[in-house]
Design a protein around this ligand. Structure first.
Ligand code: FES
Length: 337
């Protein structure tokens, strides 16, 4: 049994199964409603039921009192629909709509995907969830007040774990820990989500998405989110790396491109190894983008990578007609030790 939920004053509607929460159904449909704990204790997800009926499978949750319940207010992380609904709730559209939180996280899995790259999967405590926009980052909080920033590589709807791509920096405090002695089950603390690098969903311009090295991480999150939303805008994904071994998830963008007619994928190597037998694009990734798209005046460009790549690309792209307000980037610098 399923019902339709209409968000009042918008043209957004989605289907909810009788046994799933309104928030889960909204996320499944690619809509982000405000939430934090997703367990009925914080009140962040409270909104108004304008039409229709809901119930709570485990009784009235702690963050709503009987008076509020009587006025038609509801906690959408717990409420289940008993009919079609019209609800009033603020959608999360901007980074500023989400309050960063400080949370503990357990290392669930560490995957070796290249000699100097690990995928880290983090699990939050059972009663905590992290709302975020695809492409944002978190800061690990280290001893002595130090922080290390890493982009989220998963999409918001796929939030069972937080996924991060970490490159080993020689002498790096945090990356050294990840590579040398971090064990699965280790506890970390972080603050997030942070940053203004996220998918602008209200544009219909073709997108160019560029990852440099582990800058592929947030690009992955953005593309997976766009696919989940059913975005049909053309997306050309570029991944710039030194050698073939550095394209540590190459099969994933190749699969996007083979399964979706609107996605193209171009890997670009700056220093292919002799035994790579590379017949693809070589050189700097932004130069390949410009060769393929000499006129960028009609595009949105998203790029994530080290500052030299970002700076060179920004200059070239603006010269190719890209309006500055259609360029979104995430420039990550190796933190001083
Ligand atoms: Fe905390 Fe619903 S998200 S009460």
């Amino acid at each position: 049994m399923s019902y339709q939920v209409q968000i009042a004053d918008t043209d957004h509607q989605f289907e909810v199964e009788a046994d799933e929460s309104i928030i889960d159904a909204a996320m499944r449909a690619g809509l982000m409603l405000p939430y934090s704990c997703r367990s009925g204790t914080c009140g962040t997800c409270m909104g108004q039921v304008m039409e229709g009926q809901i119930h709570y499978p485990d009784g009235l949750p702690p963050a709503i009192d009987p008076d509020q319940d009587g006025e038609g207010k509801a906690l959408f992380c717990q409420a289940r629909a008993d009919s079609d609904l019209v609800i009033q709730v603020g959608e999360v559209r901007e980074a500023g709509d989400i309050q960063p939180q400080r949370l503990p996280a357990r290392v669930e899995r560490i995957e070796e995907c290249a000699p100097d790259v690990r995928r880290l999967f983090l699990k939050l405590p059972r009663d905590k969830r992290l709302p975020f926009l695809a492409g944002q980052y978190i800061d690990f909080l280290l001893r002595g007040g130090q922080r290390r920033s890493f982009s989220l590589a998963n999409a918001p709807h796929d939030d069972e774990w937080l996924e991060l791509h970490i490159r080993h920096l020689p002498g790096g405090v945090f990356s050294g820990h990840v590579f040398n002695d971090m064990k699965e089950g280790a506890l970390l603390r972080f603050e997030g989500p942070l940053g203004n690098f996220f998918l602008r969903e209200d544009s219909d311009r073709p997108m160019i998405l560029i990852g440099g090295g582990t800058g592929f991480g947030p690009i992955k999150g953005i593309v997976e989110h766009a696919l989940h939303l059913g975005v049909t805008r053309p997306m050309h994904v570029y991944w710039g790396a030194r050698a073939k071994v550095d394209l540590y998830l190459d099969e994933l963008p190749e699969r996007w491109a083979s399964e979706h007619a609107n996605i193209h994928y171009t890997p670009v190597l700056s220093e292919p190894a002799a035994d790579d037998q590379w017949s693809g694009a070589t050189g700097f990734v932004h130069e390949k983008v410009l060769a393929d798209h000499p006129d960028l005046s009609g595009h949105d460009v998203y790029m994530s990578g080290p500052p030299p790549m970002i700076n060179a690309a920004r200059e070239g792209f603006i010269a190719a007609g890209l309006p500055a307000d259609h360029l979104y980037y995430d420039s990550f610098e190796a933190a001083p030790e």
